[in-house]
Design a protein around this ligand. Structure first.
Ligand code: A3P
Length: 347
């Protein structure tokens, strides 16, 4: 079905000089360049702006399945679960084909356009046997979204960390969306490690400094709680399934059944046992199709951090001092007071 082209509804704004200076100090990656978008002031890499309208108008197919989240909410776990259920538990393919090939990451280009330019300018530094592989990978990562998705066969599985307001407004009326959310304190800890892991951030500050960026809406795709609320407000739509990381990890079987119901699939006892095993943290850590370790050979990661890291709900307690804990509690309360959204308690 033809969908009408809509102008992108949000304005972009520069960050303040003070914010730009702080970013220069806090990240080792010299090309961090962030702007704000729309009335909520979502923080975006500047490169997003070029494709914002294309993404907003991306034709949606009824067979599409989007896995959406703020980063570090359990996206990879949710993607793998959704893909396996939708593909009749085809574990063989899941183990053979990296999740990045099964699910294009909608907005990945915005983090890698500048990085690609530098890598290409210095391609002689890359081992000759690896150059072609790297060039192909960079090409896929930075390919215009519209082009990349148009050529995909149906059904398409798509990963995004964009807030719902950036996606085609017809998305939930047309396709299926599974959104996963997580306690903001664990998101902050996990995002801190993620920002240290990827060279396009190479975060150099302390956790406390990261937490301040996160809660003051200065980190990409924040304000986090607005991101979650946008999806929460759609949770009763029959094409939207809203999950919490805390529930997925506490009671995986119930979550598997919820996702199966949502996708109209039945799970046998044997499949259930295998799914639980395949999706366990220990197996994920060692599963090359989901642990992102393959990106290391492209020089995209620093050496002391990993993508599949701790896999625990409530781990933030090891990072927050008393003052930060109280601050966080008040921040969450203030930001959720106009909604019935509550994160499941963690110990
Ligand atoms: P931690 O950094 O707290 O360990 P995303 O996929 O959205 O980037 O989320 C990554 C977070 O989910 C990381 O959290 C990661 O360790 C955790 N995770 C990934 N796979 C998991 C699994 N199978 N079980 C539990 N947690 C998992």
């Amino acid at each position: 079905m033809e969908q009408d082209h809509q102008p992108f509804p949000y304005e972009f704004e520069e960050m303040t000089q003070e914010e730009k200076d702080e970013n220069k100090r806090l990240y080792n990656y010299p090309k961090i360049d962030l702007i704000r978008m729309g009335p909520k002031g979502y923080v975006m890499p500047r490169a997003y702006k070029e494709q914002a309208e294309s993404i907003y108008n991306l034709p949606i197919r009824p067979s599409d399945i989007y896995v959406a989240s703020y980063q570090r909410a359990g996206t990879t776990l949710t993607q793998e679960l959704v893909w396996l259920l939708a593909n009749d538990c085809d574990f063989k393919t899941a183990l053979e084909v990296p999740i990045t090939h099964r699910y294009p990451f909608l907005e990945i280009f915005m983090f890698y356009i500048e990085w690609k330019k530098d890598r290409l300018a210095n391609i002689h530094e890359v081992e000759e046997s690896k150059r072609e592989h790297l060039i192909n990978a960079m090409q896929v990562m930075t390919q215009p979204v519209m082009e990349k998705l148009a050529s995909m066969p149906s059904p398409r599985y798509i990963k995004t960390h964009l807030p719902m307001c950036c996606l085609n407004p017809t998305i939930v009326d047309t396709a299926k969306v599974v959104y996963v959310a997580r306690d903001p304190r664990d998101i902050a800890v996990s995002s801190y490690h993620h920002a240290r892991l990827f060279v396009v951030f190479d975060f150099a500050g302390t956790f406390k400094e990261f937490w301040n960026l996160f809660k003051n809406n200065r980190f990409p795709m924040t304000p986090y709680l607005e991101h979650v609320k946008e999806a929460w407000n759609l949770r009763h739509h029959p094409n939207m399934l809203f999950l919490f990381y805390e529930e997925l990890t506490k009671d995986l079987k119930t979550s598997i059944n919820r996702v199966a119901d949502f996708l109209g699939k039945k799970v046998t006892e044997e499949q259930m046992a295998r799914l639980c095993d395949h999706l366990s943290f220990e197996n994920f850590k060692n599963n090359k199709s989901v642990n992102y370790e393959g990106l290391r050979e492209f020089g995209m990661m620093t050496k002391d951090e990993v993508f599949i890291r701790k896999g625990k709900a409530g781990g933030w307690r090891d990072y927050f001092d008393e003052e930060m804990s109280q601050q966080a509690e008040k921040w969450i309360e203030d930001n959720l007071k106009d909604t019935d959204l509550r994160f499941p308690p963690t110990k």
